[in-house]
Ligand binder design. Structure first.
Ligand SMILES: [Zn+2]
Ligand SMILES: [Zn+2]
Length: 148
């Protein structure tokens, strides 16, 4: 994400918060900025280390929880890390493709996949609230590097 996309994503997040009557505090905004800047999933302790003023893990986790609730970021379960969502306006089920080598992550929004999984859940008597779809493989750059 370049500087312009980053600024746009932060402005969008601010507008969403205003519209929802919640506060994007300085810490929440900074944590969101760090996650968006990272370009790949980043863990809570890595975020903590990057904050200028001293914060406790609890305050960072609270900021992360807020950002997850507002759907500004997603949790990558298999990495226990967080990634920015380029589409902060619109809540969605996502699928993730994660490079096993460099950790770079792409987000997919395939509603057909999400609906298929929900339908399978219903058939089994479940109402599905949350989906974790994380695909693993080598990204293009890592495949090119491996082929050299
Ligand atoms: Zn997303
Ligand atoms: Zn890679």
């Amino acid at each position: 994400m370049d500087a312009r996309q980053l600024a746009r994503a932060l402005t969008k997040a601010e507008h969403s918060c205003k519209g929802r009557g919640v506060r994007l505090t300085r810490l929440r905004r900074r944590v969101l900025e760090l996650i968006l800047q990272a370009g790949q999933p980043v863990g809570a302790y890595a975020l903590l280390a990057q904050l200028d003023d001293k914060r406790t893990p609890t305050t960072v986790y609270r900021a992360i929880d807020f950002l997850l609730e507002q759907k500004f970021i997603h949790r990558i379960e298999s990495l226990n890390a967080f990634t920015g969502c380029p589409d902060v306006d619109h809540p969605h089920d996502s699928q993730f493709v994660i490079c096993t080598d460099c950790g770079s992550t792409e987000e997919l929004h395939d509603d057909a996949i999400a609906e298929t999984l929900r339908r399978h859940g219903r058939t089994l008597g479940f109402q599905i609230d949350r989906q974790v779809v994380e695909l693993r493989g080598l990204c293009r750059a890592c495949r090119a590097a491996a082929a050299e």
